[in-house]
Write a protein that binds this ligand. Structure first.
Ligand code: FAD
Ligand code: NAD
Length: 464
């Protein structure tokens, strides 16, 4: 602390204003704790609002619209060729979507009495933060919640600094629609943003180092998406690694393992994200960091330091906004002395491609690996009335249940609207519903949600 600085005192200092941080801060304030959020950007929203969930879903909505218009031709509807106004699109995304939500968050903070201060926070000890911003400030806290999020992982073994190589943040800025785009990584970001650029007109080549897209995700669900992407993308190279990138004229020359070098106008690197835990001064506290840089927390979001809690991506996988929000609320409640815990059975996952993919709980593969017997049922959307009316019978719904009790243990779905559909399955798994419960619940007709009922029915019939 600089001589003459006045340290202010608060009940809770939240470091990071993303979904983990703002959810924690709002709950702290609701529970009567004086709370300040320190965010490097002096605003609430974090990666999710400014460079993640929201802008990517806005662009995916545009891609979905374009795809629908194209498909409409099959139904005899012709709208002509789309004309893309990039400036208008960027303005809509920045102002009507991101800006509107940002103003909403700022208003909520104000109404709850949560102060947001700008600057980079560095811990000086287990009770003190130094804020390095426009002005320097020292904050003494009874408790801190670290919610500093994550950052894109670098491509291992490849070093290049080039305006033609971008991460997801750069890709979401949509500076242009390159003619030839290489996407490195066939995970969430590679597939979502690859879909955006391919639909807007780029020739997208995707490189994935493992033998399939979305490694670890149920292959029954990935199949329909992989087939669609084979048509949408110019090429998908599995089992392939990028060995070198060279700046070349107005683009990048890319060396791929076992293939000829290829030129691209832009490259998007999307090979995972890493917790943002470096440079936080954690060494001045008792907080423990694991080998991957994640802050180690228990089910109450407590670190090893009794004054410091953590929430969100900085605590490791799964790095999803809804998990961060739940953890933030748990941390706040525990600090306020409430009996809360992050004891959720499922954290649903959604890939917002077309078709969408969503899953939660136990998968068939995880059950197999654990040697756990399960019953599995699949329902093809070729038999769904609603899917037929939408012209989208390419979907599939899947349930994993305990063979003895009939309790629903896991669920997956691929098809349009999967991201919304998974909510019912998450509730079923979270509340240990039986397949019979799902089968005997009246689902409105004709809806895609009926597919849960149909899938569960096949299981209950087999049980009798
Ligand atoms: P962040 O949202 O990363 O917020 C951390 C904040 O901390 C930032 O504002 C940062 O400026 C601040 N900060 C960092 N260090 C300091 C410091 N020392 N001092 C002060 N402030 C600091 N998840 C989903 O669930 N659904 C999606 O559809 C989805 N889409 C995504 C799309 C993309 C392209 C990306 C990149 C991610 C996506 N995610 C999605 C993941 C989601 O964005 C994260 O899981 C979520 O933002 C994590 O929230 P957080 O609060 O932990 O951290
Ligand atoms: P990811 O972990 O989802 O996928 C990374 C992919 O890159 C994997 O398939 C991996 O095998 C591959 N890969 C790794 N190294 C490679 C290499 N050298 N060459 C080729 N391929 C390589 O990571 P991501 O797509 O960067 O996304 C990061 C995280 O952000 C996600 O894990 C998720 O937590 C979050 N996210 C969520 C959503 C959503 O919820 N819809 C959307 C975007 C991002």
């Amino acid at each position: 602390m600089v001589m003459g600085d006045l340290a202010r005192e608060v009940d809770v200092a939240v470091v990071g204003g993303g979904p983990g941080g703002y959810s924690a801060a709002f709950r702290c304030a609701e529970l009567g704790l004086e709370t300040v959020v320190v965010d490097a950007g002096e605003r609430l929203g974090g990666a999710c609002l400014y460079a993640g969930c929201i802008p990517s879903k806005a662009l995916l909505h545009v891609a979905a619209l374009m795809h629908e218009v194209e498909r409409a031709r099959e139904l005899g509807l012709h709208y002509g060729e789309p004309r893309l106004g990039l400036d208008a699109l960027r303005t809509w995304k920045a102002e009507r979507v991101v800006g509107k939500l940002a103003r909403g968050l700022a208003a909520v903070a104000k109404s709850k009495g949560v102060e947001v201060t700008g600057g980079r926070a560095v811990l000086e000890d287990s009770r003190t933060l130094r804020v390095e911003g426009v002005r320097m400030e020292t904050i003494r806290f009874k408790h801190a919640i670290i919610a500093t999020g994550s950052r894109p992982a670098a491509l291992p073994g490849v070093t290049i600094v080039s305006e033609h190589v971008m991460d997801s943040t750069g890709a979401l800025e949509l500076a242009d629609v390159p003619e030839r785009l290489l996407v490195i990584g066939g995970g969430y970001i590679g597939l979502e943003l690859g879909t955006v650029y391919a639909t807007l007109g780029s020739r997208v080549t995707l490189v994935e180092m493992t033998d399939g897209l979305l490694p670890g995700v149920d292959r029954d669900l990935v199949g329909p998406l992989a087939r669609r992407l084979e048509n949408l993308f110019a090429a998908v190279h599995l089992n392939t690694k990028v060995t070198a990138l060279h700046e070349s004229g107005a683009g990048v020359l890319v060396e791929l393992e076992g293939r000829d070098a290829e030129a691209f106008d832009r490259v998007l690197v999307a090979v995972g994200r890493q917790p943002q835990s470096a440079g936080l001064g954690l060494e001045t506290t008792r907080v423990r960091v694991d080998g991957r840089g994640s802050l180690v927390v228990d089910d109450r979001c407590r670190t090893d330091d009794p004054h410091i809690y953590a929430a969100g991506d900085v605590t490791g996988e799964p790095m999803l906004a809804h998990r961060a929000m739940r953890q933030g609320k748990v941390a706040a409640e525990v600090i306020a002395g409430r009996p809360a815990a992050f004891d959720n059975v499922v954290v649903p996952a959604v890939v917002f491609t077309d078709p969408e993919l969503a899953w939660c709980g136990l998968t068939e593969r995880l059950a197999e690996e654990a040697g756990r017997p399960v019953k599995v049922a699949r329902f093809s959307w070729t038999a769904s009335g609603r899917a037929a009316t939408l012209g989208r019978t390419d979907g599939l719904t899947k349930l994993v249940v305990d063979p003895e009790s009939g309790v629903v243990l896991g669920a997956g779905v691929v098809g349009p609207g999967a991201g919304e559909l998974i909510a019912e399955a998450a509730l079923a798994v979270e509340t240990s519903a039986l397949a019979e419960d799902v089968a005997s619940t009246i689902h409105a007709h004709p809806t895609l949600s009926e597919s849960w009922m149909e899938t569960a029915e096949t299981l209950t019939l087999r049980r009798r």
